[in-house]
Design a protein around this ligand. Structure first.
Ligand code: GLA
Length: 399
């Protein structure tokens, strides 16, 4: 049941609350967090293993001074490589790149932002730093003490534990994986601090079927993105069909943004941003926010496109048609409007037509172009736009 239905019918809301969220239920917290797809920044795509406290502070500063915070980007997320050894009591510590996590968290919070962190259910993270295996509750308590607001929990070396303990039993391995995520979910809940829970296990075992059950506010649906049109588009367009699994509090995550990292053209980055918005994907910028040119800013802070991603209904969009490399996708928006994106995945510019009936409109529609920021007036029947190679034209249609 989607949130807007619950809001619309208070009686059903109560019934739903009793049926679905019995007292102390694991789902109570995860449903109120991430009502729209999380927005923010993550250190990995640009800084990878080199990220430091100073880089994270600079990202927080830039998030405010660039206008990104006011455009909705709130989470400042430290990815892998912050971890130090465990102390004599088994508490996780930070390494020398992060001298004082509580002070960093106070700094980030003082800017009106939230701080995210990263760990693994395995003994080691993907970059070989200590993971949370056997220390789940202790780590959750430490995060809460530091003032952490978001945890990305990355399978990494837990895959090896699964293989060792259930060598020839794939089903048993998947059960172990789900249990490992559920374990950290329970640990986070028992801290009583609202902490967004981000599942990262690359989509194994159709995570969208069970992600909400283990408290996932978002779950990676794929392997890692990189800063190339080929990888970004393979991941992005492969999200077709997943829309029914997303809802407020629970999002499909096709991985973080590469906008501004330098290896795609502006048209390709506009495709990236448009597709992620149509997908109601988390918008986690992955570039160096302290060094953004005006094109990067105009893409990351396109308020019309962000509004599509963040629409309160929380309905993920999906593919309407694919004619060879020419694709039309649409996403329902509040008030009966629709976002519609025309993608050209071919080698040259080409005119793409959207038939309004195919996206649910009969009769005249009002159209706005969300990249040129121009009102196209009232249109009837269809609209044709010349779309550049690897590019997009994105519209908002309403009655
Ligand atoms: C995995 C994840 C990435 C990143 C790295 C860090 O590859 O999928 O997003 O977190 O680990 O080591």
């Amino acid at each position: 049941m989607r949130h807007h239905f619950r809001f619309a019918i208070p009686g059903l809301l109560l019934l739903g609350a009793i049926c679905f969220f019995p007292a102390g239920s694991a789902h109570a917290q995860s449903d109120t967090l991430a009502a729209t797809p999380p927005m923010g920044w993550n250190s990995w795509n640009h800084f990878a293993g080199k990220v430091t406290d100073a880089d994270v502070r600079a990202a927080a500063d830039a998030m405010v001074s660039s206008g990104m915070r006011d455009a909705g980007y709130i989470y400042v997320n430290i990815d892998d490589t912050w971890e130090g050894p465990r102390d004599a009591q088994g508490n996780i510590t930070t390494n020398s790149k992060f001298p004082d996590m509580k002070a960093l968290s106070d700094y980030v919070h003082s800017k009106g932002l939230k701080l995210g962190i990263y760990s693994s259910p395995g003994p080691k993270t993907c970059a070989g730093y200590p993971g949370s295996y056997g220390h789940e509750q202790q780590d959750a308590d430490t995060y809460a003490k530091w003032g952490i607001d978001y945890l990305k929990y990355d399978l990494c070396s837990y895959g090896g534990i699964m293989k060792k303990e259930a060598a020839n039993d794939q089903q048993k391995q998947w059960e172990m994986m789900q249990a490992a995520y559920e374990k950290m979910h329970q640990a986070l809940l028992s801290t009583h601090r609202p902490i967004v829970f981000s599942l990262c296990q690359y989509g194994f075992d159709a995570v969208w079927n069970w992600g909400p059950k283990v408290g996932g506010n978002l779950w990676r649906t794929t392997g890692d993105i990189n800063d190339s049109y080929d990888r970004m588009s393979v991941i992005g367009f492969a999200q077709a069909g997943l829309s029914k699994y997303a809802a407020p509090g629970h999002w499909n995550d096709p991985d973080m943004l590469e906008v501004g990292n330098g290896h795609m053209t502006p048209d390709e980055y506009r495709t990236h941003m448009s597709l992620w918005a149509i997908l109601a994907a988390p918008l986690l910028a992955g570039n160096d926010l302290s060094k953004m040119d005006s094109t990067t800013k105009s893409i990351l802070m396109n308020k019309d496109v962000i509004a599509v991603d963040q629409d309160r209904l929380g309905i993920q969009g999906d593919r309407v048609s694919a004619v060879g490399p020419f694709e039309v996708w649409s996403k329902p928006l509040e008030g009966g409007a629709k976002a519609v994106a025309l993608f050209n995945r071919s080698e040259a510019e080409y005119p793409i037509t959207v038939d309004f009936k195919s996206v649910g409109f009969d009769g005249p529609v009002h159209a706005r172009d969300l990249w040129s920021h121009k009102d196209l007036g009232t249109l009837d029947g269809s609209y044709t736009a010349t779309v550049p190679k690897d590019g997009v034209v994105m519209l908002r249609l309403s009655k």
